[in-house]
Design a protein around this ligand. Structure first.
Ligand code: AMP
Length: 113
């Protein structure tokens, strides 16, 4: 099966503007930022979407959220505020089928919709 783009970024096969990485996760700037700060938090493990996660992934999902918090502090938007979003499936507009969290900040964000 062909690797998705985030698997290829996580393995170093294609470049990204990485802001944080560890054994399990990589965080990099979104190529089409929707806010002054727009970072993607991606596990190295391939899971296509939130709906495919199981109880086995509980720790990984916790780490994803903790890494979003860590990256927001690193980038300096913890105080001003930020939003964490995960899109699941077509109605959410999921484009890359590899679980990821968006961290958005750096300006006052509008209502969700
Ligand atoms: P989603 O709609 O939740 O699947 O979001 C996928 C996000 O990945 C979009 O915001 C894209 O701009 C972003 N994206 C796609 N390819 C890349 C890439 N090579 N490097 C960084 N961000 C990317």
């Amino acid at each position: 099966m062909e690797k998705d783009i985030f698997c290829r970024i996580a393995s170093g096969e294609i470049p990204a503007d990485i802001v944080y990485e560890d054994d399990e996760l990589v965080a990099f700037k979104d190529v089409r930022p929707q806010a002054p700060i727009h970072i993607l938090i991606v596990p190295r493990k391939h899971i296509s979407k939130l709906d495919d996660a199981t109880a086995e992934d509980a720790e990984l999902l916790g780490r994803l959220m903790l890494t979003a918090i860590k990256v927001a502090r690193l980038i300096g938007i913890a105080e001003s505020g930020y939003r964490v979003i995960a899109n699941n499936g077509p109605d959410a507009g999921q484009e890359v089928y590899h679980i990821h969290f968006h961290v958005l900040g750096g300006r006052r964000l509008g209502p969700l919709g």
